[in-house]
Design a protein. Structure first.
Length: 359
């Protein structure tokens, strides 16, 4: 094995690129992963743009990863062996807090993340530390599943968790605010869970055009129309049974409350900026209409299991989420396109030969 590798290093906000760095050592109680693909996430974009409170620069980012076990440490006792192809989610749970003991890993008090506590996957190789080897979320990529799609199972898993908490089901009308990859994922999952009607809204006409690939019943340009009034019109004045805020804009949480049907569920999926996290929601609407405000974030192992199983079934076109497949050498170009909102989901491959022909 070579002593150095290529990796994306973020040195300062908007100062990043592919560099030659040392290959990480094999952790004695962990293993070394040879990266097949790594997806670019919205939180990665925020780190590129303005840094991250949990990331000390310079740093290697990337937390939506698939790859082969390259070498296990001399004291590793886990189930994976050299050559196993894994989907690796970033969350590493403590295994000791009240929530972990109750099996509610998504609420762990002390979780850490790959690409924050440890270097990430925009690289040829990534070390899986002992903590992640013991309490991380990773599973074998199902036979026949595109490993790049398995790499982005992490955000899909988080959306599964949200819809599980929101009891999305047969006959529901679902309104999604935000037509990025997360919003489009919610369209597909709502269909999979039996929703009758699914609407998606955004202020970007480009994003809405990309969202049409997932066949929502209506797309709503929130920059050109009153999104609350339009959802009310589409539901004969009743409102949506479920509203998902798949974005980080505070006013959309206000709109979600106003467009929800009586007894409706509002999934607050997108986190808000720290300096603007208190939108003026009319709590009388929540009170008198019997609404459920449901906060949801991260995922547990069961959600990744469900995501990989759903992806492997091929029943829904999750592959359309990946609009750009690029070699790692083109990371800067791909990231800039994503920062400009011209990408739905970009996946980067350390080796160009990994990219499937015809994509």
């Amino acid at each position: 094995m070579a002593e150095t590798m290529k990796a994306v290093v973020v040195r300062a906000p908007m100062d990043f690129g592919v560099e030659e760095v040392p290959v990480p050592e094999v952790p004695r109680e962990g293993f070394l992963l040879k990266v097949y693909a790594c997806g670019l996430c919205g939180s990665d974009l925020r780190t590129l743009r303005s840094g991250h409170i949990r990331v000390t620069l310079p740093w290697i980012i990337g937390h939506e990863v698939s790859g082969w076990v390259e070498e296990v440490g001399e004291n590793y006792t886990g189930p994976w062996r050299k050559g196993d192809l894994l989907a690796v989610a970033p969350f590493v749970y403590c295994g000791k807090c009240d929530f972990c003991m109750a099996g509610k890993y998504e609420l762990c008090d002390n979780y850490r993340e790959i690409a924050q506590a440890w270097p990430g996957g925009f690289a040829d190789y990534m070390a899986i530390p002992p903590e992640a080897a013991r309490n991380g979320i990773m599973q074998l990529v199902p036979p026949g599943l595109d490993p790049a799609l398995a790499a982005i199972s992490e955000p899909i898993s988080s959306c599964i968790h949200a819809q599980e908490k929101g009891w999305v089901g047969l006959g529901d009308t679902v309104a999604i605010i935000g037509a990025g990859p997360v919003g489009c994922t919610h369209v597909l999952l709502a269909r999979a869970r039996g929703a009758d009607k699914v609407f998606i809204a955004d202020v970007s006409e480009d994003r809405l055009k990309m969202a049409e690939m997932f066949e929502p019943d209506a797309t709503i340009n929130a920059a050109q129309t009153d999104v609350v009034a339009e959802v009310r019109r589409l539901t004969n004045g009743k409102g949506a049974d479920v509203v998902v805020t798949a974005n980080s804009v505070p006013v959309t949480q206000v709109q979600a409350v106003e467009m929800a049907r009586k007894g409706g569920r509002i999934l607050l999926f997108g986190g808000l900026p720290k300096h603007d996290s208190k939108p003026p929601i009319d709590m009388n609407i929540v009170h008198y209409n019997g609404l459920y405000l449901i906060g949801t974030t991260t995922l547990g192992p069961r959600h990744q299991y469900q995501a990989l199983k759903l992806l492997a079934s091929g029943k829904y076109p999750f592959d359309k989420l990946i609009t750009h497949r690029l070699p790692l050498e083109q990371f800067k170009e791909g990231a800039m396109l994503a920062l400009e909102g011209k990408v739905l989901k970009a996946v980067f491959y350390p080796k160009a030969e990994y990219i499937p022909a015809g994509t």
